[in-house]
Ligand binder design. Structure first.
Ligand code: PLP
Length: 379
């Protein structure tokens, strides 16, 4: 059976620059390999931090001082360190009502209470955020931080508009809490209008931590991520980083390659990604439209995912079981639900599958959704 993976938030294996990375590895090992007898610098290999700073500059016009940037083993390690630094078991944090499942798992494993905040087509609804913050403060459980994915949200792909970004920061100030801006998909962008600056850039009083990654533009296997934080916050986050440093060999290779190819590579990745996103949206229009009136999906301006609403009466477990038995993998909406409840949504990831996979997989998925109708009757 041919397997079709519409579940993995990974880039296209065919765009992975194996030959160029092999060349970069040979060059950097012969020129700098002996440095690897040392433990890495506490903040990580400086040339890769320089690249992180240049990436940031493209969106904001400002290079971040290298002392503010710390390399981590994927951005996942950064998220874990940030959570451990600022939230203890029993504490509360705020997230979007749908959010990245990996982050939700980090928060849950820390036994942190999650206060979900409604989102719409443009991301976090800041009026609702104000209500949630007031409720938490009144209950004596002020949040330790607000975790948000304002740019190319996972799973919805939305971009938070500038006025909401500013309002979010105002609320963080008013309620004296921190903000974690997960910018993992920042450079996977299809829309031609500029994306509003990230929260770290807009912040004026040192309460934002920015999380970045090389996973989505290169591959999660390299495990190169980072965070940016002002000195005071950085010290607290670093206090838990006791891993001997972030893999300097991987950092050297990635820095050598991206030193020359960063924007060419990103352009190439985005072209592939956009063609696949278009194929998903086109295929959904053909095969999902007839499934019900309450069915809709996003046409994301960037990122790696299309978020699909399926009929409310769908037996979501059955969809997943049948799709899996037919070799089609996707992520059920429940994995993104901040409350953990079953929801009539599914997420299609388009970075990894080919266009042919997409065109074959989506009709199968539509059949599985159709066969799983009438949840109430079955229950
Ligand atoms: C929003 C978000 N943040 C962080 C990560 C973790 O990425 P990595 O640890 O590979 O950098 C992911 C991975 O899917 C993600 O979607």
């Amino acid at each position: 059976m041919r397997e079709i993976n519409l579940g993995a938030g990974r880039p296209d294996p065919l765009s992975f620059p194996s030959d160029a990375l092999a060349e970069a590895a040979a060059k950097v090992i012969s020129s700098r390999g002996a440095e690897l007898v040392n433990y890495p610098d506490g903040r990580g290999y400086e040339p890769l931090r320089t690249i992180a700073s240049e990436r940031y500059k493209r969106g904001t016009g400002r290079a971040v001082p290298l002392e503010e940037i710390v390399l981590t083993s994927g951005s996942m390690q950064a998220l874990q360190l940030i959570t451990d630094a600022f939230a203890s078991p029993g504490d509360t944090i705020v997230t979007e009502s749908f959010s990245y499942g990996g982050s939700l798992s980090v928060f849950r494993s820390r036994q942190v209470r999650i206060a979900p905040t409604p989102i719409d087509d443009h991301g976090l609804v800041t009026d609702e955020l104000e209500t949630v913050l007031k409720r938490l403060v009144d209950a004596g459980t002020p949040p330790k931080f607000i975790y948000t994915i304002p740019t190319h949200h996972n799973p919805t792909g939305s971009i938070l508009p500038l006025d909401r970004r500013e309002r979010l920061l105002e609320l963080a100030r008013e309620f004296d809490t921190l903000v974690v801006d997960d910018h993992c998909y920042g450079d996977i962008v299809f829309q031609t209008e500029p994306v509003p600056p990230n929260l770290y850039h807009l912040d004026e009083d040192g309460r934002v931590v920015y999380v970045g990654s090389f996973s989505k533009i290169l591959g999660p296997g390299v495990r190169q991520g980072y965070f940016m934080a002002p000195e005071a916050l950085q010290q607290r986050i670093m206090a838990n980083k006791m891993d001997g440093g972030t893999n300097a060999l991987a950092s050297m290779i990635v820095a050598e390659y991206f030193g020359e190819h960063l924007w060419d590579h990103i352009r190439e990745v985005n072209a592939v990604m956009k063609a696949r996103k278009d194929a998903v949206v086109e295929s959904l229009a053909t095969h999902f439209s007839a499934l019900g009136e309450d069915v809709w999906w996003t046409d994301p301006p960037g990122g790696m995912f299309v978020w699909v609403r399926i009929p409310a009466a769908t037996d979501t477990r059955k969809v997943h079981q049948t799709a899996t038995s037919r070799g089609v993998y996707y992520t059920p909406g429940q994995g993104f639900s901040a409350t953990g409840e079953d929801v009539p949504y599914l997420r299609i990831a388009y970075g990894f599958p080919t266009i042919e996979d997409i065109r074959q997989g989506i009709p199968i998925l539509a059949e599985c959704v159709k066969e799983a109708q009438g949840k109430e009757l079955a229950a």
